[in-house]
Write a new protein. Structure first.
Length: 216
């Protein structure tokens, strides 16, 4: 049974890794701009023009119009898959569940930040990803669920008119989503560096074990 679980973990790790690398830049743009828009709501700034208009359009469409809005919606759906695969990888294969919540689960600071942000804010991140996708594909979504549900999705996504605590959760989730994208890329890069170093260390040993006639 354990080998089968390990195979599933390898599969989900591959999915999670490549989703993280491909989505890193758009995720940073979406989440960080989302946090800025929450602050905009707090200070009462307008999105009719100026910097806040730029941030608003960047958040919803990457400044690319309708195609960009559809792309943002697609990124949101893929974020749901990334979140689920991340939770699968974080979930301990054996041992008590609470051990998985400790800070020093791994010796890597980047990995610890990545894990902590992921499981503590998994639910808000999933909510924001789903509501963001519903807004990007608002036409299809409203046909299925109705305009009232779409308005609820918008309120959940931007926090306007909802308790301050939820607005604060959105703000923090945006910053942590940005952090997770950055730490994920750093973890991948460090893994590549380790792999190159291991290959270099193994190369002389492999050459030393070859028969003399092969090395000649």
């Amino acid at each position: 049974m354990l080998p089968q679980k390990q195979e599933w973990r390898r599969l989900w790790f591959t999915v999670h890794k490549w989703l993280g690398l491909v989505l890193a830049l758009p995720v940073v743009l979406i989440f960080f701009s989302g946090s800025v828009l929450v602050v905009k709501n707090w200070v009462g700034a307008s999105t009719a023009g100026g910097p806040m208009r730029f941030v608003h359009v960047l958040h919803g469409s990457f400044l690319l119009g309708r195609p960009g809005a559809r792309t943002a919606g697609g990124v949101a759906f893929l974020l749901l898959l990334s979140a689920l695969s991340g939770l699968w990888l974080w979930w301990p294969m054996k041992g008590p569940f609470l051990r998985a919540t400790r800070w020093e689960r791994t010796p890597s600071t980047n990995a610890n930040i990545h894990h902590q942000a992921g499981y503590w804010f998994a639910i808000p991140l999933v909510v924001l990803a789903f509501t963001g996708a519903s807004i990007s594909f608002h036409g299809a979504f409203s046909k299925v669920t109705g305009e009232a549900m779409l308005r609820l999705m918008r309120r959940l996504h931007d926090g306007v008119g909802l308790p301050l605590i939820w607005q604060f959760v959105i703000f923090i989730s945006g910053l942590l989503g940005t952090t997770m994208a950055v730490t994920g890329v750093i973890m991948w890069f460090k893994g590549q560096v380790r792999e190159v170093r291991m290959r270099r260390r193994r190369a002389p040993r492999a050459a030393a074990t070859l028969p003399n006639d092969t090395r000649a």
